[in-house]
Write a protein that binds this ligand. Structure first.
Ligand SMILES: C[S@@+](CC[C@H](N)C(=O)[O-])C[C@H]1O[C@@H](n2cnc3c(N)ncnc32)[C@H](O)[C@@H]1O
Length: 133
C-alpha cells in the first residue's frame, strides 16, 4: 500500500484574493451570466432558507445571492440585538437580520467590493457602513 503524497500548492495569495473578489463582483452586477457555483434562489433553497422569507426580499438581492451557508440555521436573532454584517455580499442575510432585530437596531453592512455599492438589489446604494433601510 502506497503512502498518499500530500503537498502544498503554490498559490499567489494576492492573485487568488483578486480572482475571488472579481467573481463576487460579477455575481453582484451580472447574476444572469451563469457561474460554476450555485447562486440566487436555487442556492438559497439548498441552504434551507424558508421560501417565505426569501420571497419577501427584493428580487435583485435574491438573484445576486452567493452565500456559503445559512447563519440562521443556528437560530434567529432576537429583537433589539445589534448586527454588523461584514462581507454582506448581495445583502440577503443583512435584510433577514434587519427584519429579525428591528431595522433601527441594524448597525450596518460592509463589503470590500466597490461593485456592491452599485448593486441593484443590496440593502443600500451608499458607501459601505451605511445603515440599512
Ligand atoms: C459568501 S459572500 C456573502 C453572502 C451574503 N451573506 C449574502 O447574504 O448575500 C462573501 C462576501 O464577502 C465579501 N468579502 C470577502 N472578504 C472581505 C473582506 N475582507 N472585507 C469585506 N468583505 C469581504 C465578498 O466580496 C463577498 O461579497
Amino acid at each position: 500500500m502506497s503512502t498518499p503524497v500530500v503537498g502544498v500548492a503554490r498559490v499567489d495569495r494576492e492573485a487568488l484574493r483578486q480572482a475571488i473578489a472579481e467573481k463576487y463582483a460579477q455575481v453582484a452586477t451580472n447574476p444572469e451570466i451563469g457561474f460554476h457555483f450555485h447562486t440566487g434562489r436555487p442556492l438559497a433553497m439548498r441552504l434551507l432558507y424558508p421560501a417565505s422569507v426569501i420571497d419577501a426580499l427584493p428580487p435583485a438581492t435574491i438573484d445576486s445571492f452567493a452565500g456559503t451557508g445559512n447563519p440562521f440555521l443556528f437560530g434567529d436573532l432576537r429583537r433589539g440585538e445589534h448586527v454588523v454584517d461584514v462581507g454582506c455580499g448581495a445583502g440577503l442575510d443583512t435584510l433577514i437580520a434587519a427584519g429579525q432585530v428591528g431595522r433601527s437596531r441594524h448597525r450596518g453592512r460592509h463589503d470590500f467590493r466597490d461593485a456592491r455599492k452599485d448593486h441593484r438589489g443590496s440593502c443600500g446604494d451608499g458607501p459601505a457602513q451605511r445603515r440599512c433601510p
